[in-house]
Ligand binder design. Sequence first.
Ligand code: HEC
Length: 228
Amino acid sequence: MFTRNFSLLCAIAMTTTGPSFAQENTGEAEVPRTVAALPDTIGKFEERMPPAAPVSSATITADIDPANAQFGVGQPATEEDIASINIDVMPDGRGLPPGQGTYAEGKAVYSQSCAACHGEDLEGIKEIGAPKLIGGRGSLTDAKPVKTVESYWPYASTLFDYVHRAMPMDSPGSLSANEVYAVSAYILGRAGIIGDDAVLEAKSMAKIKMPNADGFVSDPRPDVTAAK
Ligand code: HEC
């Protein structure tokens, strides 16, 4: 393996020691310019032959044992690194972080960080593309269903997950867990799903029953059914 890699290095070294562009232009070291030979043409069609297929270096890289490869880049992820991106919250509330927030605190977060796009009254702003967040309950079977957090989303924990990872759209990830609990309490309170005196934290959030919780049917893939 060493000799093979060594000869490869030599080959690279040789190609880089040829006449450089700068030398050609100084006029001192006169290097006659040559035109690359044109490829052969194919018989009566006079089309150029395709160039020879490049030879893959796969046989050489295949010799590298990934377990022992030392490329000298990167560093092991620390527990904090992993924690900062391991933020998914499951429908049953698993993954909800410590912290808590109230309707009143959420009202302040909302007007500071959300109202500019979603409207003072959570009614959405069409021109921005920011949807209405509440209302539309019972409209899902209408010709024009109004899908909002209130009318459509089956789990309250998804509100935490989504806002925590994706909102405010112009600076996602900027809100603390407490602020996300608070603004969730405000949105769910305005939707009439919880009272405006509720304090949201991991446990209480997981217990909320959303109006459309039973509006979805499960769609097990055929292979899952077959395995049963
Ligand atoms: C800069 C504008 C902007 C700001 C600020 C903003 N949003 Fe949004 N938000 C959007 C847009 C645009 C979408 C639609 C994204 C999409 O459909 O992919 C959205 C989608 C959402 C949704 C999903 C609604 C649905 O039914 O799909 C929620 C919930 C939400 N935002 C909550 C918030 C909260 C809470 C805040 C404040 C903490 C916030 N947003 C701040 C622009 C914004």
